[in-house]
Ligand binder design. Structure first.
Ligand code: 5GP
Length: 139
């Protein structure tokens, strides 16, 4: 399914480009939460992070810290959030993997987060064992 980011990648619609290589594009968010809010996307058209290839994931991971450093240096911000939403229930609007780099210059700008923490589940050891097995099998 073609998305707005697919159209940016094909050049059909413009963006304010921040970085590009063979597998990754970064550009300014059109409705920033703060100055310098940047989106970093794989060129591979995966909808959610779990669907992304190891190659694209590695390419993203390699450049994310460098782009964070650039955003912080240019905006003069020291604190920031990196956010990646998966699925509409988790606030994903554009169905193409994207990492938000969102400077947090002060309390009123940038990302606001609800964090409804609770006690860890009683079966945490069993849960972790199941997760280890799933990771190992590449599920
Ligand atoms: P999501 O909620 O899917 O994680 O975030 C999608 C982001 O894409 C939003 O922050 C939104 O402002 C941004 N966005 C949507 N359409 C465009 C566009 O056409 N150009 C740019 N640069 N950003 C966009």
């Amino acid at each position: 399914m073609s998305t707005i980011f697919g159209k940016i990648l094909s050049g059909e619609i413009p963006c304010h480009k921040v970085y590009e290589d063979e597998k990754v594009l970064a550009f300014l968010d059109i409705n920033p939460l703060s100055r310098g809010h940047t989106l970093v996307i794989p060129k591979e058209p995966a909808e959610t992070l779990d669907q992304l290839s190891d190659e694209s994931a590695a390419a993203l991971g390699r450049v994310l810290p460098r782009i964070c450093r650039a955003v912080m240096a240019v905006t003069g911000t020291r604190e920031y959030n990196v956010l990646e939403n998966n699925g509409p229930g988790a606030h994903q609007v554009v169905r193409h993997v994207h990492f938000h780099i969102i400077p947090k210059p002060d309390r009123d700008q940038g990302l606001g987060i609800g964090w409804p923490a609770r006690q860890i589940d009683a079966d945490a050891a069993d849960l972790a064992a199941k997760l280890r097995a799933a990771v190992a099998s590449g599920t």
